[in-house]
Design a protein. Structure first.
Length: 482
């Protein structure tokens, strides 16, 4: 089962098994109103839940079967405490964090676990322009890795040495240096030593693309002057990162996000989450695969003898996966950003890293044609969140351009080699980016561009600056300087 769903269901099962119920207020009643049925229940699910509720539930609450429930509740708390301790009480995300906190409170409101949980609630606070919010999780490593690459692409690294050094220090401190404690396989955890998480080291949950982006940055730093950015990471730390990455490749060549793919697709039939799709099992993602292809290709150049056969095979299989998952129109569906623009960017970058080019790759030529077909008259690109929901490319209302998505498309076109054929569309997009920058250097915040489980949008506030800067830097190097 997908780790996020697993770590929701465990504390929820404990709270349900304990019959924990708060006061039924008007607010609670309003939350029960069915507003969104994005993923309707299949008949098999309704039959299963009905049977369990009407027949199994009464049986399990009576002796001697109640002993089985008591044992299950104890086991659930063992898993909750294990997750808490191995994530320094951050948990894998905010929803899981709150549920695990509630479970600990129900078990013992005066426990150390409760106190440690409460102490880490501020990690999820986010002071936005319109007030205090609770965010889904931190994205410190993710944002830092992209920001580092954007700055380096500008050829202005010598002007931003202190910034890059601080980012390098953070990157080194954020790498996970140990596997989960104890018999982690018995607790359904995977190796994490050498990985990077989405946020910080405390989080503890390895992610393939975060590890890949962290590895890319570490390799880039290793080629820079020590007096500018500090000492490079040790080779063994990079080898550990590669070890985690290789462990997450599936039989079809694609890479999963958190854990190896080890469940069956039919389990999705039992997804009870009405507002998410594909929420039950781990699966492969073109974004993760694209990031990993770039990281492994770069690693191979610096360490050509380290596990060379495995690295070569992983790259070849990953490239095949990307090509095989391309849609007929030349796009790729992106699961973690909106949507086809995002997925296509990662796919293009992955293929280029594997040695594909505009001249030798039909997939890249199709990708360029797809992106050019979606370019707006203003020179930009703007894709609605409805693309993620409906799985059909949809422009933003009013055919507006989004600067982040424009940057993704431009990065794809630049690296795929479109400028060698016709640079005019790229120049038109670049003009939009330049003219959209505000007087203070910032870029305007526009529509959300992050996505999660097809039906949830995510706000990455740093994207609005990172990706336009990155695209401008790559344009300067690859088009203007070509």
């Amino acid at each position: 089962m997908l780790c996020y769903s697993r770590l929701v269901y465990v504390p929820m099962s404990y709270l349900y098994g304990k019959r924990f119920v708060g006061p039924i207020t008007e607010l609670i009643q309003s939350l029960r109103i069915q507003e969104d049925l994005y993923y309707p229940h299949p008949l098999v699910q309704d039959l299963t839940w009905g049977f369990i509720h009407h027949f199994m539930e009464p049986l399990l609450t009576r002796w001697p079967f109640s002993k089985l429930r008591d044992k299950a509740l104890r086991l659930a708390m063992e898993h909750i405490h294990y997750e808490d301790e191995n994530s320094k009480y951050l948990c894998i995300g905010s929803v899981e964090k709150v549920l695990c906190l509630m479970a600990c409170w129900v078990e013992d409101p005066n426990s150390d676990a409760c106190k440690k949980h409460l102490a880490r609630l501020p990690d999820y606070y986010w002071v936005a322009e319109d007030g205090l919010k609770m965010q889904t999780f931190g994205c410190q490593t993710w944002d830092a890795a992209f920001a580092i690459q954007a700055i380096m692409s500008s050829n202005l690294s010598h002007e931003y040495g202190p910034t890059l050094r601080k980012a390098h220090d953070f990157l080194k401190s954020a790498q996970v240096r140990e596997n989960p404690s104890g018999d982690f396989k018995a607790m359904y955890r995977h190796i994490s030593k050498g990985s990077w998480t989405f946020s910080t080291q405390d989080h503890g949950w390895q992610v393939s693309d975060c590890t890949a982006e962290g590895l890319k940055c570490a390799l880039l730093y290793s080629q820079m002057p020590v007096e500018l950015v500090g000492q490079p990471m040790e080779a063994e730390q990079l080898f550990d990162a590669v070890n985690v990455i290789l462990s997450l490749q599936s039989k079809n060549g694609g890479f999963t996000a958190w854990e190896p793919q080890r469940a069956y697709e039919w389990l999705e039939k039992f997804n009870p989450t009405e507002f998410f799709e594909d929420a039950m099992i781990e699966r492969e993602y073109v974004e993760c695969t694209g990031s990993v292809m770039q990281a492994l290709a770069m690693f191979r150049k610096h360490y050509p003898t380290h596990r060379s056969k495995e690295v070569d095979a992983a790259i070849a299989r990953g490239a095949d996966y990307i090509e095989q998952t391309q849609n007929n129109d030349g796009s790729w569906y992106g699961c973690w950003g909106i949507c086809y623009t995002y997925g296509t960017w990662f796919a293009v970058e992955g293929l280029v890293a594997c040695g594909r080019s505009y001249t030798n790759s039909p997939a890249l030529r199709k990708a360029c044609r797809f992106l050019l077909s979606k370019q707006l008259p203003c020179g930009g690109w703007g894709e609605s969140y409805l693309s993620s929901q409906n799985k059909v490319y949809t422009n933003l209302e009013g055919d507006k351009a989004n600067l982040v998505q424009t940057a993704w498309a431009l990065l794809s076109l630049i690296h795929a080699g479109q400028a060698n054929v016709d640079s005019a569309p790229i120049e038109k997009g670049m003009k939009l980016l330049v003219n959209s920058q505000m007087d203070d250097g910032d870029f305007p915040q526009q529509e959300l561009t992050g996505a999660f489980m097809r039906n949830c949008t995510l706000h990455y506030s740093s994207y609005r600056n990172i990706f336009p800067i990155w695209a401008l830097g790559e344009y300067s190097s690859h088009v203007m300087g070509a």
